[in-house]
Design a protein around this ligand. Structure first.
Ligand SMILES: Cc1cc2nc3c(=O)[nH]c(=O)nc-3n(C[C@H](O)[C@H](O)[C@H](O)COP(=O)(O)OP(=O)(O)OC[C@H]3O[C@@H](n4cnc5c(N)ncnc54)[C@H](O)[C@@H]3O)c2cc1C
Length: 358
């Protein structure tokens, strides 16, 4: 599949911002707790038809921490490096020195629309807002996309903006591979060897799903542990209730087991002498164990958060919902069991239980 050329990052161009070294991914989300949600709208092509398209726009929401920003405000300041773009509610940040909602970015003509959606969003989360507390003054900054987008169409609709940062956008397929006839030199591998390629693809995807799900489960454990220490019921932090502590213990132990399996098979798959059929067999076990483990772990995380865990603005709810698909795609759990059962019949138990000690 053709890939789009990656755009260079500032640092790739020699531009260094700030004094500190970047984190592992050179991303804002390297800062613990910071979350970024976005929706990208792409539709239509060709010349501009004002009010209709093409559409190349979206909304980005940056949340400085994973808790409730309105209740746990963060210290903030505004600094204009250059330019004159619109940012709503600058005086409030200047005067109070705090941020109490997400920082939102969208196209110039949708700033008011996104600000309105942010107010609606916070009103639904805070029944006390406007009754016993003040209301949210949303911070929305413009990014002009007029050079590539039909901005008169104001295609960011309020409902869409209201879903920012909480809706499941990860699995949309914005890029469509071309299915038209391709020249011979673009054929991957040899003619007649497509099934081998498919199997290699499944191996990589299944190992990748192992990594994804173990990562998500670890995050669910971190969030649950933190919450269980802070949440007080019956005058005790809930981590002191053994039923909660045991859930956390099971989560930790299961993650450790799944992660160990993942790393072990990942290492073995990277050894050139390893038989590809064996890697294929083991990758099914990795996907099965890691995705099922993550399902159990994220489910417990939702339970530990109680009613909050079920609400869409909670990271554990999103982890639980998104991890659910990993037991379905790239071969359901039932299909992985079929692969493993078939391997047991053909090669015996050794593939799974007879690893040599290094
Ligand atoms: C969000 C999402 C994105 C996806 N993206 C892609 C994509 O990019 N490309 C792509 O090709 N596919 C994609 N899929 C499809 C995905 O791979 C299939 O949904 C999956 O393989 C299951 O197939 P199915 O939905 O037809 O379920 P079915 O085959 O109808 O299965 C229904 C149930 O029956 C069980 N079952 C079926 N056959 C057997 C059997 N022989 N023995 C025991 N149990 C069985 C299944 O495990 C499942 O529980 C995506 C799916 C989702 C949800």
């Amino acid at each position: 599949m053709p890939t789009r050329p990656a755009r260079p990052r500032c640092r790739d161009l020699g531009i260094r911002i700030g004094l500190l070294e970047p984190g592992a991914l050179n991303a804002i989300t390297d800062v613990p707790g910071v979350r970024v949600g976005h929706t990208t709208l792409i539709s239509g092509a060709g010349p501009l038809v004002p009010g209709q398209g093409p559409v190349r726009t979206g909304v980005t929401a940056i949340l400085p921490h994973s808790g409730d920003l309105f209740l746990e405000k963060v210290v903030a300041a505004i600094d204009t490096i250059n330019g004159f773009g619109e940012v709503t509610n600058i005086p409030q940040v200047d005067e109070l020195g705090v941020l109490e909602g997400p920082i939102l970015l969208t196209n110039t003509l949708n700033v008011a629309l996104v600000a309105d959606a942010a107010i609606e969003w916070s009103l639904t989360r805070h029944p006390e807002m406007g009754v016993t507390t003040w209301g949210l003054s949303p911070i929305v900054a413009e990014c002009s996309d007029a050079y590539l987008n039909d901005i008169r169409g104001r295609h960011v609709r309020r409902e869409l903006a209201a879903g920012m940062g909480v809706a499941n956008h990860s699995y949309s397929h914005p890029y469509r591979p071309p299915f038209d006839r391709q020249p011979h030199e673009k054929i991957l591998g040899d003619i007649g060897r497509g099934y081998d390629l498919t199997k290699d693809w499944f191996v990589e995807e299944r190992l990748m799903i192992g990594a994804r799900t173990v990562g998500a489960a670890s995050r669910a454990l971190d969030l649950s542990l933190d919450f269980a220490k802070r949440r007080v019921q019956f005058e005790e932090p809930i981590i002191d209730f053994q039923s909660i502590e045991f859930m956390l213990a099971d989560m930790a132990a299961e993650i450790m087991a799944a992660k160990s399996l993942l790393y072990r098979v990942g290492w073995q798959a990277s050894q050139p002498e390893t038989d590809r059929k064996q890697v294929h067999a083991m990758a099914s076990a990795v996907k099965l164990v890691c995705s099922e483990t993550a399902g159990r772990v994220t489910d417990k995380a939702v339970q530990i958060f109680g009613g909050r865990g079920y609400m869409r603005e909670q990271p554990v709810e999103r982890l639980w919902r998104e991890i659910r698909v990993d037991r379905i795609w790239e071969g359901t759990s039932e299909i992985q069991r079929l692969v493993i059962g078939n391997e047991l019949r053909k090669r015996g138990a050794g593939v799974y239980s007879g690893w040599p000690a290094e």
